[in-house]
Design a protein around this ligand. Structure first.
Ligand code: YXS
Length: 258
């Protein structure tokens, strides 16, 4: 189990990512996270905390680049493991708190932002990296990020692909709290206990109401297909192959824009 879980005080579930050096979001790790959620759902915990190991330098390095297809297949589709984890969190009947320490990269930023509450160590950073890797981020993932980060902040994060201090994101309201690293766990546990004392039935209805209302975005099929065609142009492009090749060869990519 690379995402072991524990139950604290009978009401708080804690899922700890613990996979390799940098918690790269491989299918194995992501499937473990889903099964941890499933196990905790049956144990009737009131709130979940999703964390990395204490003292982590990297919360998660994002998608496991070695698992990104290079054979013309869409790298980010509905049934991909990260999409399954995002839906699991989105539909989970109780609040999920991302307790973040270390740097967060690529798809792991969506994983964190897809949680209901984000509490981070004040030396953490976020870097959303599709443009640096030549990857066409998927439609639902992009919408998820727009919903929580806002268009201008997200455009800066996506277009620069540079790490941004979590403190700046807290000032912008993108994350809930940043606290000194040594206060992160007690601060998070205190909020988790506060949540655990409220009505779980009301919480699950409120969370579902907010999920449905936040997703009320009419999108006609032709527009959706056009976006998918745009994405296919990217994952069929030289830049996509180059982004992954450069990563694996540990060099800067040379993008041509085609
Ligand atoms: O050389 P070894 O075997 O030790 O492996 C190295 C890295 O290759 C590996 N590693 C990864 N493997 C697969 N997928 C990754 N995302 C990934 N990141 C790292 O982990 C071993 C240690 O890495 P190293 O030596 O660089 O460690 P470090 O402590 O100096 O630096 C840690 C990081 C995370 C700052 C650095 O590894 C890094 O910048 N990683 C890439 C982060 C990134 O760009 N992630 C985006 C992945 S693509 C993605 O999430 C989406 C598709 S998208 O781009 O669209 O958002």
């Amino acid at each position: 189990m690379r995402a072991p879980y524990a139950i604290v005080d009978g009401v708080i579930g804690v899922i700890t990512m613990n996979h390799g050096k940098v918690n790269a979001l491989s299918k194995v790790l992501l499937d473990d996270i889903v099964s941890a959620f499933d196990s905790l759902e049956s144990s009737l915990v009131r709130v979940i905390i999703l964390r990395a190991e204490k003292g982590a330098k990297v919360y998660s390095a994002g998608h496991d680049v070695r698992e990104l297809p290079t054979n013309g297949r869409d790298p980010l589709t509905y049934n991909d493991p990260l999409r399954q984890v995002m839906r699991k969190i989105d539909h989970y009947p109780q609040p999920v708190i991302a307790m973040v320490e270390g740097s967060v990269w690529g798809g792991a930023c969506e994983l964190v932002l897809g949680c209901d509450v984000i509490i981070a160590a004040d030396d953490s950073t976020f870097a959303i990296t599709p443009a640096k890797l030549g990857v066409p981020y998927d439609v639902h993932g992009t919408l998820n990020l727009i919903k929580v980060a806002g268009m201008h902040v997200l455009k800066e994060l996506m277009f620069t692909a540079e790490p941004v201090p979590m403190k700046r994101l807290a000032d912008l309201g993108v994350v809930n709290h940043v606290v000194p690293r040594d206060e992160l766990e007690p601060f998070t546990m205190k909020m988790a206990h506060q949540i655990a004392q409220t009505s779980p039935h009301v919480l699950s209805v409120l969370k579902e109401e907010m999920r449905v209302l936040a997703n009320a975005h009419p999108l006609n099929p032709e527009t959706y297909e056009r976006l998918q065609a745009l994405r296919r142009d990217v994952y069929d492009s030289h830049d996509y192959q180059e982004g992954i090749r450069a990563f694996l060869e540990k060099r800067a990519p040379i993008f041509r824009g085609c």
